[in-house]
Design a protein around this ligand. Structure first.
Ligand code: IDP
Length: 147
């Protein structure tokens, strides 16, 4: 089973979109393994966005992601890294298609509502930045064979 790190960003929490975003992932048939509200620290934000250090938008991005609580999650499902990024939509809101989370709800970058890991390796690194192994819950969904 593949897994990924997904995070409703502070704009999504403030706008009351946690439930609707989680619903999109549940609708697809994915399984949540962990979820919690987190006030991200500057150090945690810098680790999470390490690949963007030095880019012109880095300070704005770290300021944004630490500006209020996020809803951090681990989700599981076959090909979930690729499929969840399709559900999320493109980074730039001007390119995010209707039908995607960003395309339907986001109007300005960087306020694009949700983060999703871009590879299985990123997912493992990002999960470790937010969760202990004990926080990941293992269970079966009886509907799994039908999805
Ligand atoms: P992703 O979130 O779609 O994987 P990344 O390229 O990893 O996109 O960028 C991380 C986040 O940084 C984006 O989701 C967005 O919030 C912000 N960001 C990316 N590019 C820009 C930009 O050009 N200006 C401002 N913020 C940006």
């Amino acid at each position: 089973m593949d897994r990924t790190f997904l995070m409703v960003k502070p704009d999504g929490v403030q706008r009351g979109l946690i439930g609707r975003i989680v619903s999109r992932l549940e609708d697809k048939g994915f399984k949540m393994a962990a979820g919690k509200l987190v006030q991200v620290s500057r150090e945690q934000a810098e680790r999470h966005y390490a690949e963007h250090v030095g880019k012109p938008f880095f300070e704005e991005l770290v300021g944004f992601i630490t500006s209020g609580p996020v809803f951090a999650m681990v989700w599981e499902g076959d090909n979930i890294v690729t499929l969840s990024r399709l559900l999320i939509g493109k980074t730039q809101v001007t390119e995010a298609l209707p039908g995607t989370i960003r395309g339907d709800f986001a109007a300005h970058t960087p306020f694009n509502l949700i983060h999703g890991s871009d590879s299985p390796e990123s997912a493992e690194r990002e999960i470790a930045n937010f969760f202990t192994p004990e926080e990941l819950v293992r269970y079966e969904k009886t509907v799994a064979t039908w999805v």
